[in-house]
Each structure stands twice: as structure tokens, then as C-alpha cells.
Design a protein around this ligand. Structure first.
Ligand SMILES: C[S@@+](CC[C@H](N)C(=O)[O-])C[C@H]1O[C@@H](n2cnc3c(N)ncnc32)[C@H](O)[C@@H]1O
Ligand SMILES: [Zn+2]
Length: 580
């Protein structure tokens, strides 16, 4: 089958160009440029960090074993040859080639037999990191990694859909010699490939339709020690509590429908990845986790250690969420007792809340377990952000990703979930203090407070709930509310006298650094229909409209109508858009 180029349009993102069939048989979502840009930024940081760690290991080894001969050192530690890519992948990617006939079995690249590990012992070299793009569709992401990330090794792109794998191969050829030498495409079930290549990839990227849950067990086994798993989940309705039991069956956690649900989604995904890691005596360390547009994405490093794994229960908690007011409380799963030098691992003390909420008297829902340890490594975040700022032109979604990374860099790292000032005020039926006034009162009471990247109105604080309610009681004393029925949560809360006298005087730290400098932290979507896309080749049904919302579906309809046929049913949908 030869390729007629008039059937294709060329899409360029970053350094990569892909050929998209006008019939749109292969998945491509322009919205995910944010996702791909951040992934490239993290990948760049990973390449640098890995090299740094390797050098530190080398010099430590040299210091602790001065008696060793040079030869011993080179043989007993992982040595470094060159972190340069096999072929310079800067802008000299070679000319684009026209796709010729591509047979299914013909490999596009001419990869040599990949080495089993990239940090080989005794051969004196740190090889460039190997990347697995397990669910690659058109190969756009794999191509961007190969062309844009200096020091990257082989990029293996998988897809179990024949048309997608063919498109990927075509796109590899289309991107020239560097792409051809670095990216290889396989038509295979990603789970089989990952299970049969244990610990062979320094980076595994999962970017599925919907939930990644079925891929996690194999993916966690394919990551090399110290490697990184990157994982997207777009099934936000599941992760955010639409059907708690479905979330439990996929991820092993119950979601709650609080304002913080998107952060909870991130933490459920992390807890789930950790549980898969633990099955293989491994554990994760999150580097960056974010929620954007219609999905969550996490970047975690994966290590093996049976003893470090014992700490997992200390990093997980259940969440009690009051059904009457906005109070929530974390119930850690485990605790430790240290005696002299020995540490005992024990179940957590509980319950951390009484049967009825001590603020409003109502019952609690219990969600989780969630990952309650930090979801980002702030050192990584700072370095990624400054790196992104130093090469603005290389990130098509620079404005959006720098805004998100800025907000993340200011999040309190050790405070899971957040409060919504609007919800607190809705409970009390009072007018809202400004965020600056509320933040000031919290800081003046001796606690910390920050924003959150998932919600412009969310506030993270280490102040206990009784302090938060005391601040609100004091606010209401100066801004009285109309009398409400006595059994309402707000009335119960306001019936108590505050123990703490809130001080609303403006505190210096009440604005974040970004706010002070007027740096953008939340940006609107760049265009309409900035949302999820249907699976490639799918027909649109009313189920899609209810799942994705008419806005997203209308985007697809519009695209199709621009191209070709449209039927009356679709037209009808478009005539009656409602906001999603
Ligand atoms: C959301 S798309 C990937 C998009 C791509 N990562 C990007 O950035 O443009 C998901 C892809 O996973 C593929 N897929 C689904 N199940 C798979 C499996 N078990 N093994 C390999 N590929 C699979 C689908 O065919 C589809 O092309
Ligand atoms: Zn309550």
C-alpha cells in the first residue's frame, strides 16, 4: 500500500511533525500539548538528575574506597562514557523523508539489539536513558522526546492498533534520520511487552484512553531502578467520585466529592501505583503531579527496597469528610515507634474523628486510601520551572505550563488536600472574606497557608479545622448572617464561641510570590472545545455527549463538518449546545 500524501495533513508540535490521515483514524489531541510539553520538561530534568546522581555515586565510591585501584573503581561502579546522544538530535534531525510503502513487519528504525539495562555494571558507562512510550498512537510524543530531549537514548513506541502502529512508523520516517535511528515502533499489546522487558526502561510513559489501571502492574515492572514512570489518567468522572465503586474496583480507593476531588484523584492514582510497586518490593517517590484540563498526570521515580517499602503505610491515609460542613480529617494507615535504634511498624491509631463531626454534629463519609505524603519534589519543580523559563521558545505551551509550574512551586508540600473559602462561606451562609484577609488570619494565628494549582479558590493550610472555623466565627461576628434553622451545620458551628480571636490584619506573606510579582498562575483555555477526544475511529453517540459534555463533542463535530459529511442528528446536537 503506497501512501498518497493528499490524504494527509501535516501537524507540527515542537520539533516533531506527524502526518494525520484526513479520516482521523489515529488518536491525536492537540489539547495534550500541555501534557507533552511538561513531560519533555520533566524528561530533561531526569536526564540531568540521572547524570548528577551517577557522578555523585562515582565520587562517593572513590572517596569510600581510596585503596581501590582505578580499575577496581571502574569495575565496581557504573561508569560514564558519554551522555551525548548517539546522534546529535539538536536541530540537525536530517531532512524529512516522504513516507514510502510501509509493510507491517518492516521496522522503521534499525535498532541494534537493545541492551538489557542502561546502567550496566562493570562496563564503565552510563548509557543514555531508554524510554518506552507504551501507548503511542501516532508516535507524536515519542518523536518529540527523541527530537527535543538532549541526551535521550532509544525511544520505543508501542500500540496494539494496527492503523496506529502503521501511522507511527510512517511518522518516524517522516521525521528524518534522527527519528529513524532513535525511535522504534512495535505493534504489540503494551502489557505483554512491559512484562517481557522487566526493568529495561529508564522511563515508561503511560498515556491511555481513560484509566491507566490495567497497565500499572506491568508498567511498574518495566521501569529500571531509579527510573521514572509517567502516567496520565483521563477518567476524571471515576476518580472524582461520580461512581465511587468503579473507582474502588479500578484503583482500590474510594473517592470523595469534595472541592479537592482533583487533588484527591492525583493522590488515589499515586496510592494505586505504590500498591502495584509494593508487590515487587518496590516503592515510588513522586517528582511532580498535576491536574490540568480534563486529566491528571503523575511523574514518579521507582526504586526497589524491601526495607524502604515498609514505610508505605506511613504515606497513605483514609479521609473523613463531614457531610454537613467542609471539615476533613486524615487517618494515617500506619505509624512507627522508635526505640533506641530500632523502628517498629504498627497500624495507625484510630479513629481520628468521633462518630459525629465535632464542628457541626453531622456524620462523616470515609474515602481513600490516598497518597498523603508529598506529591511533588519541590527541588525538582523549581529546577524544571527555571529550565522551562530558560528555553521558552522550545515549549509550544509555554504560557500555560509555566503558570501551572509556578503555582505548584508555591504549594505547601506537606499539606494534603485543601479547603474552599467559598464552601466555608456557603456552610455559614456568610459573605466571603477576600483570600488575602483569610490567608492573613491563618498566618497571624501561627499557621501556614498556600494556594493549589488545581483550583484558583482552593487554600491549603496546616491549621486544624477548629482554628479555621474560629477564624470564620470571628469573621461572621463582624459580618453578621441572617438567622438560619438551628439544625443546619452553619448554625451549629456559629452557636459556639470562638476560642481563638482571629487577627485579620494583612500579613506580609498573605500573597504568594507569584501574586506579588503579578505572574500568571491560572490561564483560560486557548480555544473552544479544549477537552478530551474520543477514541480514534469512534462514532459519536449520546453516551459520548453525556460523558464528555456537548462542548467536547461539538468540537469533534465541527472538525468533521469542516472536512466532510454531517448528518441531521449531529447538526441537531450542535444546534443545542449546553455548557458542560
Ligand atoms: C490516548 S492514545 C495515546 C496518545 C499518545 N500518547 C499521544 O500523546 O498522542 C492511546 C493509545 O493506546 C493504544 N492502546 C490501547 N490499549 C493498548 C494496549 N493494550 N497495548 C498497546 N496500545 C494500546 C490505542 O490504540 C491508542 O492509540
Ligand atoms: Zn461537620
Amino acid at each position: 500500500m503506497s501512501t498518497d500524501l493528499s490524504d494527509f495533513i501535516v501537524i507540527k508540535e515542537g520539533e516533531a511533525e506527524i502526518l494525520m490521515h484526513t479520516k482521523n483514524q489515529v488518536f491525536y489531541n492537540k489539547t495534550q500539548v500541555n501534557n507533552r510539553d511538561i513531560s519533555i520538561a520533566v524528561l530533561r530534568a531526569f536526564v540531568a538528575k540521572r547524570k548528577e546522581e551517577h557522578e555523585a555515586r562515582l565520587s562517593k565510591k572513590k572517596k569510600t574506597a581510596p585503596q581501590n585501584s582505578e580499575k577496581d573503581v571502574s569495575e565496581s561502579v557504573i561508569e560514564e562514557a558519554s551522555n551525548e546522544p548517539a546522534i546529535n538530535n539538536g536541530n540537525s534531525n536530517g531532512d524529512c523523508v516522504m513516507p514510502e510503502e510501509i509493510s507491517q513487519d518492516e521496522p522503521c528504525s534499525i535498532p541494534e539489539e537493545p541492551s538489557k539495562t542502561t546502567e550496566g555494571k562493570g562496563r564503565g558507562e552510563l548509557k543514555p536513558p531508554r524510554v518506552l512510550e507504551a501507548l503511542s498512537a501516532s508516535g507524536l510524543r515519542a518523536l518529540r522526546y527523541a527530537r527535543e530531549v538532549e541526551g535521550i537514548g532509544q525511544v520505543v513506541a508501542l500500540d496494539n492498533d494496527k492503523v496506529s502502529a502503521e501511522a507511527c512508523r510512517r511518522n518516524i520516517k517522516f521525521n528524518g534520520s534522527v527519528a529513524c535511528s532513535k525511535v522504534e515502533s512495535h505493534l504489540v499489546d503494551a502489557r505483554v511487552h512491559m512484562l517481557t522487558h522487566p526493568k529495561e526502561f529508564d522511563v515508561v510513559d503511560l498515556d491511555p484512553y481513560g484509566s491507566p489501571s490495567v497497565f500499572l502492574d506491568s508498567a511498574i515492572q518495566a521501569v529500571a531502578d531509579g527510573g521514572m514512570l509517567m502516567c496520565t489518567a483521563t477518567d476524571m468522572a471515576v476518580l472524582c467520585g461520580g461512581n465511587g465503586e468503579v473507582c474502588y474496583s479500578k484503583y482500590g480507593s474510594y473517592p470523595l466529592r469534595g472541592k479537592y476531588c482533583h487533588e484527591m484523584a492525583l493522590r488515589i492514582l499515586l496510592a494505586c501505583i505504590e500498591s502495584h510497586a509494593n508487590r515487587y518490593k518496590r516503592y515510588i517517590v513522586p517528582v511532580l503531579s498535576f491536574q490540568m484540563d480534563f486529566y491528571v498526570r503523575v511523574f514518579v521515580r521507582v526504586y526497589s527496597s524491601a526495607s524502604a517499602m515498609k514505610n508505605t503505610p506511613l504515606k497513605l491515609s483514609y479521609v473523613y469528610q463531614c457531610i454537613g460542613c467542609d471539615s476533613f480529617h486524615l487517618q494515617p494507615i500506619g505509624r512507627t515507634v522508635t526505640k533506641n535504634t530500632s523502628v517498629r511498624y504498627l497500624p495507625g491509631f484510630g479513629p481520628v474523628v468521633p462518630q459525629d463531626c465535632s464542628d457541626c454534629g453531622k456524620k462523616f463519609n470515609m474515602g481513600g486510601p490516598i497518597w498523603s505524603a508529598p506529591i511533588h519534589d519541590q527541588e525538582w519543580v523549581t529546577s524544571i520551572l527555571s529550565d522551562v523559563k530558560s528555553m521558552k521558545d522550545r515549549y509550544p505551551a509555554y504560557d500555560r505550563i509555566s503558570a501551572v509550574l509556578t503555582t505548584i512551586s508555591e504549594e505547601l508540600p506537606d499539606v494534603p488536600l485543601f479547603l474552599s473559602l467559598h464552601n466555608l462561606c456557603a456552610t455559614l451562609k456568610c459573605t466571603s472574606p477576600s483570600a488575602v484577609i483569610f490567608r492573613s488570619a491563618v498566618i497571624n494565628a501561627g499557621y501556614r497557608i498556600s494556594g493549589t494549582h488545581v483550583n484558583p479558590l482552593g487554600l491549603k493550610s496546616d491549621a486544624p479545622m477548629d482554628v479555621i472555623w474560629d477564624i470564620m466565627r470571628c469573621w461572621v461576628k463582624n459580618h453578621p448572617v441572617k438567622a438560619q434553622p438551628p439544625d443546619q451545620s452553619g448554625s451549629v458551628i456559629l452557636a459556639k464561641e470562638p476560642v481563638l480571636q482571629a487577627n485579620f490584619a494583612r500579613a506580609v506573606a498573605s500573597l504568594s510570590k507569584a501574586q506579588t510579582k503579578k505572574v500568571a498562575r491560572f490561564l483560560p483555555n486557548p480555544e473552544r472545545h479544549w477537552g478530551p477526544k474520543l477514541r480514534a475511529g469512534r462514532q459519536i453517540t449520546s453516551k459520548h455527549i453525556s460523558l464528555l459534555g456537548p462542548e467536547a463533542v461539538n468540537g469533534i463535530l465541527n472538525q468533521e463538518e469542516d472536512g466532510e459529511e454531517h448528518n441531521a442528528k449531529r447538526q441537531k446536537t450542535e444546534d443545542n449546545p449546553t455548557s458542560s
